[in-house]
Design a protein around this ligand. Structure first.
Ligand code: ATP
Length: 330
């Protein structure tokens, strides 16, 4: 029977991580297990930043963005010596199971712990929504709502000055944030890594829109679109902005939303998702299962082998993309 569960958050922080930590702690207590917080992800695990948690330690955090356990990236954990230190620390504290809240890199780290006999369960949390075997990861819904709020404001000034705005959002390999927020905000064009784009076609659409009296144009760009080009282009929004201004003659501005997308109080959807996934994680630990991640597929909470999940590629629903195209065509 598992007695002690370590909890860590790793990789990029995501709103809703705290809701997951809160559930892990309280659910563990309800299963008569002792929860331990591991601070600063694998970095803190190696440096023995481990402390017991209780119900009170997670009071008043469900509405907070970020992670009370802090997050970090650790190169040392990617070495055999680092993993050995981490496992020794867990043994020292008699922690036999670890719940890892993070993205695919963090899950790869969890598998390394499993190889050393530690029971591990992964809980998907990243605003990018690039983790397979779950429809949504914790933090995505809050991030797209943040983008939507920002674009509402950008639209006001875009319209007053009759400008084109390129809005760059996060998503290096995956266009979920750009696609969902673009559709929700009525963006005129959406550029994502999953779909080929033609800048001349974007310019034609802009001109057509202005010809029929539209006073502004919003172009949603996922930061990773330039990486698919040959040769790859960093700072793709600047390149796109210049091209559009030169080819349409309209004033073009670039807004890179950046880390604002990571912050903020989690939405209802993220709090519910985090609570449900984390509760299932504790149930799996209590059952003695290991090497799994929890995910939500069509509202059902399920478990998948981490090995299997990490071998998959998260796909995007192109129906959303085609719908956005239809709705923005004048
Ligand atoms: P995000 O999607 O927000 O970037 P992530 O979990 O994918 O989240 P990473 O930086 O890729 O973030 O991984 C977090 C940490 O997990 C790394 O700093 C490293 O310590 C550990 N990690 C990643 N890949 C491996 C691996 N192959 N083996 C061992 N540990 C790993």
């Amino acid at each position: 029977m598992t007695r002690r569960i370590g909890i860590l958050t790793s990789g990029g922080d995501a709103p809703g991580m705290n809701a997951a930590v809160r559930t892990l702690v309280r659910a563990a207590l309800s299963f008569d297990m002792e929860p331990y917080g591991i601070y600063r992800g694998y970095h803190g695990l190696i440096n023995d930043e481990i402390e017991p948690l209780n119900s009170e330690s997670v009071s008043g955090i469900i509405q907070r963005g970020g992670t009370i356990l802090k997050s970090a990236r650790s190169q040392e954990f990617m070495t055999p010596a680092g993993i050995e230190k981490a496992v020794n620390n867990l043994k020292q504290h008699q922690i036999d199971a670890v719940a890892v809240i993070g993205g695919d890199g963090s899950f790869r780290g969890a598998l390394e712990l499993m190889k050393q006999g530690i029971q591990v369960i992964g809980i998907p949390a990243t605003i990018d929504n690039d983790i397979p075997c779950t429809d949504y990861s914790i933090g995505f819904d809050t991030a797209v709502n943040t983008v939507m709020d920002a674009v509402n404001k950008i639209r006001d000034t875009a319209s007053s000055h009759e400008r084109i705005y390129i809005v760059e959002v996060m998503g290096r390999r995956c266009g979920y944030i750009a696609l969902y927020s673009g559709l929700a905000c009525g963006a005129d064009s959406i550029l994502i890594p999953e779909a080929k784009f033609d800048l001349d076609e974007v310019c034609t659409r802009i001109k057509r829109a202005y010809d029929v009296g539209k006073s502004h144009n919003i172009i949603m760009v996922a930061e990773g679109v330039g990486l698919n080009l040959k040769p790859p282009v960093e700072n793709i929004s600047v390149t796109i902005g210049k091209h559009i201004q030169e080819h349409t003659g309209y004033e073009t501005r670039i807004v890179i939303l950046g880390h604002i997308q990571r912050g903020g109080s989690p939405t209802v959807n993220d709090r519910l998702l985090a609570s449900r996934l984390a509760y299932q994680a504790v149930r799996l630990i209590a059952q003695g299962q290991t090497g799994k991640m929890v995910g939500q597929i069509e509202k059902q909470i399920k478990a998948f082998d981490l090995d299997y999940a990490l071998a998959q590629t998260k796909t995007i629903d192109m129906e959303y993309y085609h719908l956005a195209e239809i709705l923005s065509t004048l």
